[in-house]
Design a protein around this ligand. Structure first.
Ligand SMILES: [Zn+2]
Length: 143
């Protein structure tokens, strides 16, 4: 196998920018299996989402994957009416942060959920969603 072969699975991840993340293309592989994953430092136990290849606390690279499961608490949300080029066709959409205790997950709220139904503190869960053109993402739904 050529060393120049480029792992381009991240190009399938359509709607949330994970620019700057390296060595974690397995994230997309897991999404394709319907799993939303973060990473956890084996040494100090810190959870990272989006996943990181290195722990910013202990500077360790000994990380393991964990699955984002169950419900988190809606910490904050905001409906966007402006977006970078390439994302404007999706407008408007609502971004949100869920608090899972050990970590927080940033993402979009499912379009099927009305903004009026959202309230800080409510329980929501992340669900992997297949998009057109073989893109894949995850959205938040009511838990
Ligand atoms: Zn660490």
């Amino acid at each position: 196998m050529s060393k120049k072969e480029i792992d381009n699975r991240f190009s399938k991840f359509g709607t949330v920018s994970f620019t700057g993340i390296t060595r974690i293309n397995d994230f997309i592989g897991y999404l394709e299996q319907g799993k939303l994953m973060g990473t956890k430092c084996k040494k100090c136990g810190i959870h990272y989402f989006p996943p990181r290849a290195d722990c910013s606390h202990s500077l360790d690279s000994d990380m393991e994957w964990f699955e984002v499961q169950g419900a988190g608490k809606l910490l904050s949300f905001s409906t966007l009416t402006f977006a970078p080029t390439g994302f404007t066709q999706d407008l408007p959409y609502t971004i949100a942060v869920l608090d899972y205790g050990d970590y927080k997950v940033f993402g979009r709220v499912d379009k099927a959920v009305a903004e009026n139904d959202l309230a800080v503190g409510m329980a929501m869960k992340a669900v992997v969603q297949q998009l057109p053109n073989e893109h894949i993402t995850y959205v938040f739904q009511k838990a």
